[in-house]
Design a protein around this ligand. Structure first.
Ligand code: ADP
Ligand code: MG
Length: 360
């Protein structure tokens, strides 16, 4: 069952279409990540779900009940939705403990115990109990905001870039901790981020936003491998995008012949390969039908190297490609052949067709 339903939601600020006709179903217990560049409308969408902004058109339902439509709206504090805004937004005149315990019912000792428990959940040291928000770092403030949202035992948690103020190590730890505790508590969550790695790791459903519109929604691995367009392909990770000729389920490109994801397309196209699909091996003293090229540049960056390989057109004979073409390939191999050497290129799996002219 879906917890949250967005039905054709739109919101404008003057001439800006911040959110345009978005529909989305969020299943119970799922973790959705909404990713998009800055200004794509992510926060506006989240604020409408939380009840701090109102759609110009459309409807939002939680567990089948209408939260907002063109006739009525449920106020934010009655929505049973936890919301961690982008800036944390703590009450500046309240201590850490009072911020976290703000909406808690019960006696003083119960509240104290629950606040300490919540602080522990978000990895905040108990010694910060009496501190003021201005005495905390940005990352600590975000964790207080998270603990405050968790205190309400919400059905749905909205997180607007909650890890953005943390440095890399703590960021990963917090992401894992939060993912785990939301899972254990059975809380459905929507995370907004502009960090694709964070989104891929957090979500079981990924939604891509661009200029106020929802471009694609699906499991992270599907979007990574089969993005709808080139921009999404680049947004979600390193991409090798090549012009190709399609026919009968095969693409011929500078990297040779490779089977494609969509067998029904034909003609000129652009195809996508992810770097982990492409393997390079030395071609010195080796005979092979594999496409070959020469490494003309190498950029070493620790765990991987980016190779610029000048592919030899004669070997694979793509129509109209009389000139050699250079391809940038990121290699994770332990030892890579040196600059100047000749290599064979081998491809694993399918190429994904990003755009094609004709369909047969
Ligand atoms: P994101 O969170 O993806 O960075 P936002 O939802 O904050 O994007 O903003 C989407 C667009 O709407 C931007 O162009 C932003 O300038 C505009 N916008 C957001 N809130 C307001 C507001 N209160 N008044 C006017 N314009 C706004
Ligand atoms: Mg934002």
């Amino acid at each position: 069952m879906s917890v949250l339903e967005l039905d054709s939601i739109s919101k404008r600020f003057g001439a800006v279409h911040a959110v345009e006709n978005i529909s989305l179903s969020v299943p119970s217990g799922s973790r959705v990540a909404i990713v998009g560049a800055s200004g794509s409308g992510k926060s506006t969408l989240l604020r409408m779900i939380a009840g701090f902004e109102f759609p110009d058109a459309g409807r939002i339902l939680l567990d089948g009940a209408t939260l907002v439509d063109n006739t009525a709206e449920v106020p934010a504090h009655r929505r049973l939705i936890g919301y961690v805004p982008q800036d944390g937004a703590l009450f500046p005149h309240l201590s850490v403990a009072s911020n976290i315990g703000f909406g808690l019912q019960g006696g003083a000792s119960f509240k104290r115990q629950r606040v300490l428990e919540l602080m522990k959940m978000v990895a905040l040291d108990g010694s910060m109990y009496e501190r003021w928000p201005h005495e905390l770092s940005g990352g600590q403030q975000q964790r207080v905001a998270l603990a405050r949202a968790l205190a309400q035992r919400p059905k749905l948690m909205l997180l607007d870039e909650p890890f953005s103020a943390l440095d890399t190590g703590l960021r990963t730890i917090m992401r894992r901790t939060v993912t785990q505790l939301l899972g254990e508590a059975g809380i459905t969550a929507i995370l907004v981020t502009h960090d694709q790695a964070e989104a891929l790791s957090f979500a079981n459903q990924l939604a891509i936003m661009r200029h106020g519109k929802l471009i694609q929604v699906g499991p992270p691995e599907d979007l990574y491998r089969f993005p709808k367009d080139e921009e999404t392909a680049h947004f979600l990770g390193d991409a090798i995008v090549l012009p190709a000729q399609l026919s009968s389920g095969w693409a011929v490109s500078a990297l040779g012949r490779v089977a494609v994801s969509n067998r029904h397309l034909s003609g000129a196209a652009r195809i996508l390969l992810r770097p982990e699909q492409v393997h390079i091996e030395s071609a010195e003293h080796k005979q092979s039908d594999l496409p070959r090229g020469q490494i003309i540049e190498m950029d070493y960056s620790g765990g991987s190297s980016t190779l610029t390989v000048k592919m030899d057109p004669a070997v694979w004979g793509m129509d109209g490609a009389s000139q050699a073409m250079t391809v940038s390939i990121r290699s994770f191999q332990n030892t890579v052949p040196r600059v100047g050497s000749t290599v064979h290129v081998k491809i694993d799996g399918l190429a994904h067709v990003l755009s094609a002219v004709a369909e047969d």
